[in-house]
Write a protein that binds this ligand. Structure first.
Ligand SMILES: CC(C)(COP(=O)(O)OP(=O)(O)OC[C@H]1O[C@@H](n2cnc3c(N)ncnc32)[C@H](O)[C@@H]1OP(=O)(O)O)[C@@H](O)C(=O)NCCC(=O)NCCS
Length: 150
């Protein structure tokens, strides 16, 4: 388990955030058009506070975009640098999003997962996200109840 520092994004982070998202999601382009590739540096700069960044010392090792959703709180474009995976960084980022969601009084996390990404589904299932309904043609909606102990 890595002990990374997690913080909210600023406009000055836009190039680095976009760079990591593009690096992680570009390889999927051979199989499908990844939605996350819409996050150019200009797009990130337009709403930088919706991003959380994970740093190991000064190195950016993971990012996620998050925010309120009509059905609760959502996240997308979760990206952990390849050489930093399986050290708990993705888990730490999702936990940080869930903390923000609880603080905003959301009762449910809701995410759309692409059906072909088995590792992604395994990751969120390990974090207690459960399949709720199909989102045709290529995704399923997964949800997780949060904030019940408050
Ligand atoms: C999915 C992703 C964010 C996981 O990040 P990570 O930092 O490696 O995840 P963690 O170390 O916190 O993993 C926690 C648990 O999730 C599960 N998991 C993570 N990656 C997995 C994989 N490739 N295959 C199967 N299970 C996996 C495991 O149960 C793991 O626990 P373990 O390492 O003790 O077995 C990362 O692999 C990634 O950036 N993938 C490419 C982009 C992507 O698919 N993003 C999600 C779209 S929203």
């Amino acid at each position: 388990m890595s002990f990374v520092r997690i913080r909210q994004g600023h406009a000055l982070d836009a190039v680095a955030v976009s760079g990591l998202v593009q690096q992680v999601y570009q390889p999927f382009s051979a199989d499908f058009p990844p939605t996350a590739l819409k996050w150019t540096s200009a797009a990130v700069r337009a709403l930088p506070a919706s991003w959380l960044l994970a740093h190991d010392e000064n190195k950016l090792v993971g990012v996620v975009r998050q925010g309120p959703d009509p059905e609760g709180h959502t996240l997308d474009s979760l990206a952990v640098a390849t050489e930093w995976r399986r050290r708990g960084i993705g888990t730490a980022l999702v936990a940080a999003v869930e903390e923000l969601a609880v603080a905003a009084c959301a009762r449910q996390m809701i995410i759309a997962l692409r059906d072909v990404l088995a590792a992604n589904t395994a990751f969120f299932t390990a974090l207690d996200y459960r399949m709720a309904r199909p989102l045709p043609p290529h995704h399923h909606i997964f949800t997780k109840e949060i904030g019940t102990s408050l």
